[in-house]
Design a protein around this ligand. Structure first.
Ligand code: GPU
Length: 839
């Protein structure tokens, strides 16, 4: 079958207005048309989901010209392109954002309501693609939005997991994992491109041979070959014509059957091979930090990286005579070490397939890659047993040995007789069982290395990557994370967006620094009034949602104190619980105590095999059950754990929060990005000097931030001095009472063994130093309570928080990457005349 472009086809395509028009009437007609001809449903039998699908196709039609024109422009102009390699893209639902970015929300709303429907209900139908665990995957999605908005040529490459992050249910207070079948009703946003499939080798052995010119070469004879099929999704920028591509790879068996094996009678062998190939892109591993060292996970990483690099090379050779200038046309960003096998794979492709010599191949490779580190947790630094790595990728293993040999040879000259240095820097960990250290491969093979917040980058230089920093300080820089205001303000908080725009115009949506203009209104009592009314209405909506979801009634006039993020000991959800139990304990002892009524809201998933994280979820739910049903509390404290925290729920909860909990142990959270989303939506932060909290506090001002806890230096010093949590337990009476209450079985129907592991771990071990930070946290929370009572004052602080969040737009982050790492310029996309411009 011929799947290449047929240039003899000269018939001009007449673009039907129904597929491009942006006015209400055309959209209404197109919706009906797509319902019938794409979704195949008569209006009277159409479900909400059918109508959502018809609307999604209607919007996709309007993206297609922009998308294809963008791709064509890139090819024609032979532009420099950034390619973002990420094992996760947590993009969230597409429909609402595409409407906003196209600028047709109102028209579509009208078109839909004239057909008797509610746009918000159709938007709510969309099943979000949960192709990520948390912060790292969501950051990749924010960056795609900013890249398109800033008109930067870019491709996001990843894996099209058939099952994304599991859906979370809570049964009797425990997390239960349910398969995420996000594709079951179809995905209208993607287009499969089987004609661009590529093949990826696994297993087998290598052999050397002499080519026709007498050169020694290696070739890889694989055990099996897997096919990667690309699925493309357009990522439209805000009010621009740029629509970049997110290209996700699905794995399939190369032949539907291995007929050789089949005919030899090895039917099961043949089927096994097919099943294994298809398994590679089957499911997202639900562990982040640290990821699980499973062989299939390593296969996933190599699979998508090899597919992506082969794809880049193919595109490159379409416009260029050779790969000599590859690094001038592409900048490949490694989103953590998950894709860092790319360094060895590009070497292999250049040397084995395109016959480059080593030095030239290495020059191109080193100048192509850049590496972002996202964690300081030592246990999260990826390493793979040599035994597995070498068996799966024998040729890459040889190449990594050669890279390492040449690297260490240089090190030996710089640091003669320093064997410690050599073994610390080596790509191969030889201290016990041998491992490939993926961060080392990334550092050696990249032209730039960055952390994701100022403190994080400093700690990388001082600690985790110290030897590399000493060796090539010029490669290191900081790129503080950011989030897209299109999703995290405009789309998720239309009321606040309207109020802001009414005062300062709409420029801030693309230039978030312009929010500073709001500072002129902090003294405007009328503005503060309407600010508070908006917050109240959003909280009332969330209260309704909570009631519907978990049957708990909460009062929107109470302080909404929110912690939503992955459940992890270092993020210290259990410190939050200690505060709740402290307040409860005080109220039990002193029923008339004057406290600020609060609603504590939690959300987050635990890795299925992470016992302590799951026990923390159970603890939150157990405490909630007791407190929520205690009549003596009279609603002054409420605790809610909302199941299945995801992007969609995040969009609901950030706008409704008064207080944002960012309480990780100093030095543990690389950046955090939820902290930014809360603050942009007018919540105040209670937090430690960790990750981007520090920079948020610098921007909003110390007086607008509730700071507590040890600093990183203090954490280190205390650890070095032999931290003993028992001292806190024995010297702090209230803390002891709280821990004893939890340990006694009070919250677990008398079962004193249930929370024992958690309580004992705190008293005897406490690796994340909750006990050391306890008193400071409690005191700080008391200050929060008092501050909230003065609503006028609180509103001022909230407005100032929003006004000063300009730095944390992902547009700022992406501009920095473009200028300092990728050296890539924007490219304007001009649409053909017959396409209506943005509304
Ligand atoms: N992060 Br590594 C993840 O979400 N998953 C990971 O596997 C790794 C890092 C997070 C960091 O914990 C968070 O601090 C940071 O803001 C985020 O990456 C994006 O940089």
């Amino acid at each position: 079958m011929d799947t290449s472009p047929d240039t003899s086809f000269v018939c001009p395509i007449i673009i039907e207005d129904d597929r491009t028009g942006l006015d209400t009437e055309t959209i209404r007609r197109a919706l009906r048309d797509n319902l019938l001809y794409i979704q195949g449903k008569l209006p009277e039998l159409a479900s909400k989901n059918d109508l959502y699908m018809a609307l999604a196709y209607t919007i996709r039609d309007r993206l297609l010209q922009r998308w294809l024109t963008t791709q064509q422009t890139y090819l024609k102009k032979d532009v420099r392109t950034v390619c973002y390699l990420s094992a996760e893209f947590l993009v969230g639902p597409h429909l609402a954002n595409n409407l906003i970015n196209l600028g047709i929300y109102e028209q579509v709303q009208k078109a839909v309501s004239e057909s008797g429907l509610k746009l918000e209900e159709l938007i709510a139908q969309e099943e979000e693609p949960g192709l990520g665990n948390g912060g790292l995957g969501r950051l990749a999605a924010c960056y795609l939005d900013s890249l398109s908005t800033l008109e930067i040529p870019a491709i996001g490459y990843g894996i099209r997991y058939e099952f994304g992050i599991f859906d979370q249910e809570i049964h009797d207070g425990w997390q239960v994992e349910i398969t995420d079948k996000w594709l079951q009703y179809g995905n209208p946003w993607e287009i499969a491109r089987p004609e661009s499939s590529v093949e990826v080798k696994f297993g087998g052995y290598t052999e050397s041979y002499t080519d026709e010119n007498g050169n020694y070469r290696s070739r890889w004879i694989p055990d099996y070959v897997v096919k990667g099929i690309p699925y493309d999704t357009p990522i439209l920028g805000y009010r621009v014509n740029t629509a970049n591509t997110m290209r996700l790879w699905k794995s399939e068996a190369c032949e539907s059957f291995d007929f050789g094996r089949f005919n030899r009678g090895d039917y099961y062998g043949a089927v096994d091979n097919k099943v294994h190939s298809e398994n590679i892109s089957k499911v997202l591993y639900p562990n982040d930090e640290p990821i699980q060292g499973k062989e299939l996970r390593l296969e996933q990483q190599y699979f998508f990286v090899s597919c992506s690099l082969q794809d880049l090379i193919r595109i490159h050779l379409y416009e260029n005579p050779s790969l000599d200038n590859f690094h001038q046309k592409w900048s490949v960003q490694l989103n953590d070490t998950h894709p860092s096998v790319g360094v060895a794979e590009l070497m292999r492709l250049l040397i084995d397939v395109h016959h480059f010599d080593w030095d030239k191949a290495w020059f191109i490779t080193q100048n192509t890659f850049a590496y972002t580190n996202h964690t300081l947790l030592p246990e999260a630094l990826e390493k793979w047993p040599l035994s597995i790595f070498g068996r799966l990728f024998p040729r890459l293993m040889e190449i990594i040995y050669e890279i390492n040999y040449r690297f260490l040879d240089k090190i030996r000259i710089i640091y003669p007789h320093d064997d410690g240095k050599m073994s610390r820097l080596s790509i191969i960990d030889e201290s016990g069982e041998k491992y490939v250290r993926m961060a080392h491969l990334a550092c050696v093979g990249s032209q730039a290395i960055n952390g994701v917040a100022a403190l994080h980058t400093e700690l990388l230089k001082k600690d985790v990557l110290r030897d590399f920093y000493e060796l090539f300080p010029e490669k290191f820089s900081n790129k503080t994370n950011g989030v897209t205001p299109r999703r995290w303000m405009v789309s998720s908080n239309p009321r606040l967006t309207f109020a802001i725009t009414e005062k300062i115009g709409e420029n801030w949506i693309k230039h978030l620094e312009d929010l500073r203009g709001l500072e002129n209104y902090v003294d405007d009592g009328g503005f503060r009034d309407s600010w508070r009314r908006i917050k109240y209405d959003i909280k009332a909506d969330l209260a309704n949602y909570i009631d519907k979801k978990v049957g708990i009634k909460v009062d929107p006039s109470t302080l909404f104190d929110v912690q939503v993020k992955r459940i992890h000991e270092y993020k210290r959800q259990h410190l939050n619980v200690l505060h709740i139990v402290t307040l409860y304990h005080r109220l039990k002892n002193n029923p008339n105590l004057d406290i600020t009524p609060r609603t504590f809201i939690f959300g987050g998933k635990a890795a299925p095999g992470y016992f302590m994280a799951k026990l923390i979820i159970k603890l939150i739910n157990s405490v909630a059950e007791v407190i929520d049903n205690d009549p003596t509390i009279g609603g002054r404290l409420k605790v809610v754990f909302l199941p299945d925290y995801n992007v969609t729920f995040g969009q609901r909860v950030y706008p409704a929060a008064d207080l944002s909990e960012q309480i990780s142990t100093a030095g543990k959270e690389a950046s955090g990005t939820g902290n930014m989303k809360f603050s942009m939506n007018g919540s105040l932060t209670i937090g430690t000097l960790d990750g981007a909290n520090i920079e948020i506090r610098e921007e909003v001002g110390a007086e607008n931030f509730f700071l507590f806890g040890l600093t990183t230096e203090e954490v280190y010093a205390k650890k070095a001095a032999g931290y003993n949590p028992q001292e806190y337990y024995y010297h702090n009476e209230e803390l002891r009472a709280v821990l004893d209450l939890i340990g006694s079985g009070f919250f677990s129907r008398g079962d004193s063994s249930l929370f024992r592991p958690l309580v004992d771990n705190l008293i005897y071990n406490d690796p994340y130093m909750l006990l050391a930070d306890y008193q400071s946290y409690i005191d700080c929370q008391e200050g929060v309570g008092w501050a909230y009572k003065d609503q006028e004052h609180w509103s001022r602080l909230a407005i100032l928080n929003v006004a000063r969040m300009g730095k944390f737009s992902s547009d700022r982050s992406i501009r920095e990457y473009c200028e300092e790492i990728w050296r890539i310029q924007p490219v304007k996309i001009e649409l053909p005349d017959y396409i209506q411009a943005n509304a």
